[in-house]
Design a protein around this ligand. Structure first.
Ligand code: FES
Ligand SMILES: [Fe+2]
Length: 343
């Protein structure tokens, strides 16, 4: 019996082969990312009729658009004629989408406008690009690739009840986006976010700014929340760090209305695309907000190195899985949810 098995009360993390195995990655794609609500974007990206953006998740390309009646739509970016990708730009404003293969054209809601050589647009299931479930919550656009998925507000009842206390959320605008390809499994990046045991060592500025002696972690259905007050501020003013199942984080800092979202998009077993978006209330980013962005970016930079270092360790023979410290219960909570989804 190993020493570890003798230690009472120790709980093991997910086995780390699940962070490198292509088969597990594919299974997660099907059981997690093709079934969960995922943040696709924000209404401030498509303010005018005809505005659209494309979004890739779990190997699927989607178009999110605002049609001529102002309605927001989501559909697969796939031509129903022969399967070609229709829209190749990341964002824009159009009256019509056109497939570059045989020239079929589509309205902004994904419905067929014209198919050359056909004398009708009534082509059954080929009459539109396949629609995707979409819900807007606090101006954030969520999609779900499972047609049978429960409504967003039902899946995230507790989360929405909690976030609704921020009266400014719906009026925020997405002001900046940055992306970073991380050489690590998506779960490793989430793991890193879900504990602050590493903060005193890895994040000196963060540790100075927040009162880590009073760092709290609450667990809820489909989300967890870490929160702490500023060391030299009002104890009422707390930063809140939400993790939302499966791959999204929302941070809200003290001060004028703000939010940052992070999405960890799985690309390969050892590759993830992290998309960071900053939302503020005004048309221009103030000096104070620039400072906040700088602060958040620095903490992230410090984490990238750690997570990429960890991913290398996942392949060693010497180590199969880790253990949770008593303050890593949000990590434990996340792993339980992964296990549940993968059953
Ligand atoms: S594949 Fe799109 S028009 Fe033929
Ligand atoms: Fe960190």
């Amino acid at each position: 019996m190993s020493v570890k098995e003798n230690v009472k009360g120790l709980e093991y993390t997910l086995p780390y082969n699940q962070y490198v195995d292509p088969q597990v990655f594919e299974e997660e794609r099907k059981k997690i990312f093709l079934k969960s609500w995922v943040l696709a974007g924000h209404v401030s990206q498509i303010e005018k009729n005809g505005d659209f953006f494309t979004f890739d998740i779990a190997g699927e390309s989607l178009i999110i658009s605002r049609d001529k009646d102002g309605k927001i739509n989501a559909f697969y970016n796939v031509c129903p004629h022969r399967g070609a990708k229709v829209e190749h730009s990341e964002q824009g404003n159009k009256k019509i989408f056109m497939c570059s293969y045989h020239g079929w054209t589509f309205h902004l809601d994904g419905k067929l406008n014209k198919a050359p050589n056909f004398h009708t647009t009534d082509l059954g299931e080929h009459s539109c690009m396949t629609p995707v479930k979409l819900e807007v919550y606090q101006s954030m656009i969520f999609i779900n690739l499972d047609q049978d998925a429960l409504p967003f507000k039902e899946c995230y009842k507790e989360l929405t009840a909690n976030l609704d206390k921020y009266t400014f959320l719906h009026s925020l605008k997405k002001m900046r986006v940055s992306q970073r390809m991380i050489d690590a499994n998506w779960k490793a990046v989430v793991d890193n976010y879900l504990e602050c045991d590493h903060c005193p060592i890895a994040h000196p500025a963060f540790s100075k700014t927040f009162d880590l002696k009073n760092y709290n972690i609450d667990l809820h259905e489909n989300y967890s929340c870490q929160y702490s007050s500023l060391t030299n501020g009002d104890s009422e003013e707390q930063a809140q760090f939400y993790w939302v199942w499966p791959n999204m984080m929302i941070s809200i800092y003290p001060g004028s209305g703000n939010m940052t979202t992070s999405q960890i998009l799985p690309i390969a077993p050892d590759k993830s695309l992290a998309v960071y978006s900053y939302y503020f209330q005004n048309e221009e980013i103030s000096e104070e907000e620039e400072e906040l962005i700088k602060f958040v970016d620095q903490v992230r930079e410090e984490d990238f190195d750690l997570v990429e270092m960890l991913q290398k360790g996942f392949r060693t023979q010497a180590f199969k899985r880790g253990v949770y410290s008593p303050t890593e219960h949000a990590l434990h909570h996340f792993h339980q949810q992964v296990k549940e989804a993968m059953k």
